[in-house]
Design a protein. Structure first.
Length: 77
């Protein structure tokens, strides 16, 4: 179950998710307006989580949103 890091800003939540129809993982970006973006191409949950921790802020900035994102972090079981 994802553990959210609360941030009252208007930024999206990032979550590492397993692909349903194939092996692999993606990052789901859930915007407050209901829009969803998917960033595919991760082999493992750890790789997707690393992208969230290391690259999501830069990705978000490139989308035109400079403040810190709201992260939803999936912990390994």
């Amino acid at each position: 179950m994802p553990t959210p890091f609360l941030n009252p800003s208007s930024n999206p939540a990032f979550e590492a998710r397993r692909l349903a129809s194939a092996s692999g993982w993606y990052v789901r970006v859930a915007w407050l307006n209901g829009k969803r973006d998917h960033i595919p191409g991760f082999v493992s949950q750890r790789e997707a989580q690393h992208w969230i921790e290391e690259k999501a802020p830069k990705w978000l900035s490139a989308q035109g949103n400079a403040p810190e994102p709201h992260f939803a972090v999936s912990r390994p079981h």
